[in-house]
Design a protein around this ligand. Structure first.
Ligand SMILES: [Zn+2]
Length: 129
């Protein structure tokens, strides 16, 4: 089965959200759209897989960092850059961006709620380890 493509509308939403700047480092132009939960293993049938909450607009080095995790997978998941399939949906997992830790929605907006404070605590614990 051919993986569904990200629609032009969704690409525009994600690009507007990022302002064309990598959402992880904030320093380089965003050139690749990253799936927080990957499309493999039937994921392309999930309705949210190609929606903005599952996507990050990244530069090349940041995309490599979050996909080729070199033993850092726990940290990458703690930061919400990768979301393991079958747990929560990406919209419910805070993600660390250069300007803060946020929940992403499918309209291209950021919001915060008590889950974000809990996620900060987890990130701090991993960094301190
Ligand atoms: Zn970057």
């Amino acid at each position: 089965m051919k993986a569904q493509q990200i629609s032009r509308t969704v690409r525009d939403i994600v690009h507007t959200r990022s302002g064309g700047v990598c959402e992880k480092c904030g320093r380089r132009p965003a050139v690749e759209v990253h799936h927080r939960t990957g499309r493999q293993m039937g994921g392309s049938r999930e309705p949210w897989i190609n929606q903005p909450s599952n996507l990050l607009d990244l530069c090349d080095p940041c995309h490599d960092e979050v996909t080729d995790t070199r033993g850092n997978r726990a940290f990458v998941e703690t930061c919400g850059w990768l979301v393991r399939r079958g747990e929560e949906q990406p919209a419910d997992v805070p993600v660390l961006l250069w300007h803060g830790l946020w929940l992403l929605d499918d309209l291209g907006d950021f919001r915060t709620d008590p889950r974000v404070a809990a996620a900060w605590a987890r990130i701090d614990a991993v960094r301190a380890a």
